[in-house]
Write a protein that binds this ligand. Structure first.
Ligand code: APR
Length: 308
C-alpha cells in the first residue's frame, strides 16, 4: 500500500520537499496551504513532471484539511521564514499560532500519523506540536540536526578538499544559535577531524555551521534556506517510510537522556516505521555535556515564554 505524506505549508520548503518525494516515487503527497491556489498550482506543476520522472505517485494541492486525512506522515512547514537580521527565535509567537492550528487540524484527521516539524524556532515548535497532538513522543520529531550536520559536512569537505560523501558530521542540541557541532564525532572516512585540522580551523568551521542559516538569509534577503532543509526532511522521511533505521540527529523528546528532561533537543536517534525507535546516548565529555545542556536550556526558555 502506498504511503501518504501531507505537507502543511506549500512554500519554499514544502514545495521543494513535495518535488523530492514525487521525483523519488517514495509516497503520495498532499500539499496544504491557507493561501488559495498556491498548493493546487504547485501540485499540478509537480504532477506534470511525474511522467518525465517515471513516477506514479499522486500529488494533490488543497486548502482543506480533510484532504490530508489518513496520512502516515505529516510534515509541518507552515509559518513565516526569517528576514535578514532576524534570529529563528524572533519567529516565536507568530509561528506558534500557525503550528498550533496546523497540528490540531492535521492530527484530528490523521490520528495515527508521524509528525515532523520544520517551522522555526523548530525545537520549540516541536514541543508545542507534541503537546497539542497528544501523540506519544516517538511519533513527533523535529528537523534540524540533519540540516546542521549536512552544513557541517559541506564545510569540512570543502576545507579538506574531499568528497562530501566521505565526511560524516554530528551536530547536537537546539537548531538555533546554541547548536552544538561535535568535532570528535565528525570524521573524514572515519578519522575524526580533531586529528586532521587545527583547533582554530575547526572553530571557524563550527562558526560557519552555526551561522549557516543566517548566511543564506543574508543572500536571499526575502526568505530562508529551502533546498537543504527539504533534502533533510526527505532523508528522515525515507528512513521512516522504508524502515531503514538510519541513525540521524533529530529533535527528539528527552526524558532523562543526556541528563535532560521534558524538552525537545537534537540528539542521534534511530528512525524507522514507528518513528523515533531509539535515542542513542553518546558518552560526552564534560565540556560537550555543558554545551548541550546550555543549548537545551535556551530551548526551555522559549518553551516557557509560550507558557507551555
Ligand atoms: N496554515 C497553512 N499554511 C500556512 C499558514 C497556516 N496557518 N500560515 C502560513 N502558511 C504558509 C504560507 O502561505 C507559505 O506558503 O506557509 C508557507 C511558508 O512558506 P515560505 O514563506 O516559503 O517559508 P519556507 O521557506 O518554506 O519556510 C517555512 O520552515 O525553515 C523554516 O524558518 C522557516 O519557519 C519557516 C518554515
Amino acid at each position: 500500500m502506498k504511503t501518504k505524506t501531507s505537507i502543511i505549508g506549500a512554500g519554499n520548503v514544502g514545495a521543494s520537499l513535495a518535488q523530492l518525494i514525487a521525483y523519488s516515487g517514495l509516497s503520495d503527497v498532499v500539499l496544504f496551504d491557507i493561501v488559495k491556489g498556491i498548493p493546487q498550482g504547485k501540485a499540478l506543476d509537480i504532477s506534470e513532471a511525474c511522467p518525465l520522472w517515471n513516477s506514479s505517485v499522486s500529488v494533490k494541492g488543497t486548502n482543506n484539511y480533510e484532504d490530508t486525512a489518513g496520512s502516515d506522515i505529516v510534515v509541518i512547514t507552515a509559518g513565516l521564514p526569517r528576514k535578514p537580521g532576524m534570529s529563528r527565535d524572533d519567529l516565536l509567537q507568530a509561528n506558534a499560532e500557525i503550528v498550533r492550528k496546523a497540528t490540531e487540524e492535521a492530527c484530528r484527521v490523521s490520528p495515527e500519523s508521524i509528525l515532523i516539524i520544520v517551522t522555526n524556532p523548530m525545537d520549540v515548535m516541536t514541543y508545542l506540536a507534541w503537546k497539542v497532538s497528544g501523540f506519544p513522543p516517538e511519533r513527533v520529531m523535529g528537523m534540524g540536526g540533519v540540516l546542521d550536520s549536512a552544513r557541517f559536512r559541506t564545510f569540512v569537505a570543502w576545507e579538506f578538499g574531499v568528497s562530501v560523501e566521505d565526511v560524516e558530521a554530528l551536530v547536537l542540541g537546539g537548531h538555533g544559535d546554541q547548536m552544538v557541532p561535535m568535532p570528535r564525532f565528525t570524521t573524514v572516512k572515519g578519522v575524526p577531524i580533531t586529528e586532521l585540522l587545527t583547533g582554530e580551523k575547526i572553530d571557524s568551521l563550527i562558526q560557519r555551521t552555526k551561522n549557516g542559516g543566517a548566511e543564506i538569509v543574508s543572500y536571499l534577503k526575502t526568505g530562508s534556506a529551502y533546498y537543504a532543509p527539504a533534502a533533510s526532511v526527505f532523508e528522515m522521511l525515507k528512513s521512516i517510510i522504508l524502515d531503514e533505521k538510519r541513525m540521524l540527529p533529530c529533535a527528539a523528546y528527552l526524558s532523562g537522556q543526556y541528563g535532560i528532561n521534558d524538552i525537545y533537543a537534537g540528539v542521534p536517534v534511530v528512525l524507522g516505521r514507528k518513528g523515533v525507535e531509539k535515542i542513542v546516548e553518546l558518552k560526552l565529555e564534560d565540556s560537550e555535556k555543558k554545551k548541550l545542556e546550555e543549548s537545551a536550556s535556551a530551548v526551555r526558555n522559549l518553551v516557557e515564554k509560550l507558557g507551555l
